[in-house]
Design a protein around this ligand. Structure first.
Ligand SMILES: [Zn+2]
Length: 284
């Protein structure tokens, strides 16, 4: 779909880094086993899909509804993503706050929040095989508890970003409190995933000018809200147009129906004549 070669290279580099960090002796080849349900990956075993992204189910065998092959069979075919034009960033000492990215390019962005509640097992495989660009705004305790789950999605092309430690509303809180929540999570996520978060999403979207300053001081280039939410396979528009607009940001969560939510987001983006793209190709 729209994951760039650069992003794939980054995934490979990440994989190599994981191999080095874990002391794995398998060598730098991409032959690790793919994810299987109910079988958590050992910490030294990074995820590499065994199936080509272009593979589709045999035309004679109808995939069972709800299976990974079924989800893959439902993914629309998108127009090729445009070459990303990076967005200019302010130099004011505060991160900009965006509901949607200020771009006219025919792209929209999929984001997945939190991480503590549910982690459906086939998400990494779905992300890889359908080449779905996703950004994960994680609470650092969830990331710390389930690092392999999120690393598998990272290796599949997803990017981990910052959603605080404790998921409390930041609006009205002191600079010190907000900085502790934002920098504390950024430090932990960087240690776990090998990349400093460059995007921040405040819990509940609630923020003030202190949030934008603290986020900037913790390394965030932008603070992201959203324009649509997706829950249990339904897209809810929070803008009058009721159709996904260029630059829109779709929000879903690590919840039991995440596979349905990903599919619903893809279909809504496709209906709008847009292509999914990765936030980090536009903001860095
Ligand atoms: Zn949240």
């Amino acid at each position: 779909m729209s994951a760039t070669p650069a992003r794939r290279s980054l995934a490979a580099v990440t994989l190599l880094a994981l191999l080095v960090l874990s002391g794995c002796t398998a060598g730098p080849t991409l032959h690790a086993r793919r994810i299987t349900a109910h079988q958590p990956a050992p910490s030294a075993s990074p995820f590499t899909p065994s199936t080509s992204p272009s593979t589709s189910p045999s035309p004679t065998a109808k995939p069972a509804p709800g299976s990974l092959d079924w989800y893959l069979s439902q993914v629309p075919t998108f127009p090729e993503a445009p070459q990303p034009v990076p967005l200019p960033l302010p130099t004011t000492g505060a991160a900009p706050f965006w509901h949607r990215l200020p771009t006219d390019q025919k792209v929209a962005f999929i984001t997945i929040d939190d991480g503590g509640l549910a982690r459906p097992s086939e998400v990494a495989d779905f992300v890889w095989r359908a080449r779905i660009p996703v950004t994960m705004f994680l609470n650092s305790p969830a990331a710390e508890e389930y690092p392999e789950y999120f690393r598998q999605i990272q290796v599949a092309g997803g990017v981990v970003e910052n959603h605080t430690i404790n998921h409390n509303s930041l609006a009205g809180r002191s600079y010190d409190y907000q900085k502790r929540e934002i920098c504390g999570a950024a430090d932990k996520l960087e240690a776990l995933f090998g990349k400093r978060a460059t995007l921040f999403r405040p819990p509940f979207g609630e923020h003030d000018s202190t949030t934008l300053k603290a986020a900037h001081d913790c390394g965030a280039k932008a603070v992201l809200h959203w324009t649509e939410t997706v829950h249990e396979g339904k897209v809810r528009y929070q803008t009058p147009e009721k159709v996904v607009q260029p630059g829109d940001v779709l929000l879903m969560h690590f919840r039991p129906a995440l596979m349905d939510d990903l599919l619903a987001a893809l279909k809504a983006i496709h209906r709008a004549g847009l292509t999914p793209a990765l936030l980090e190709d536009y903001v860095f």
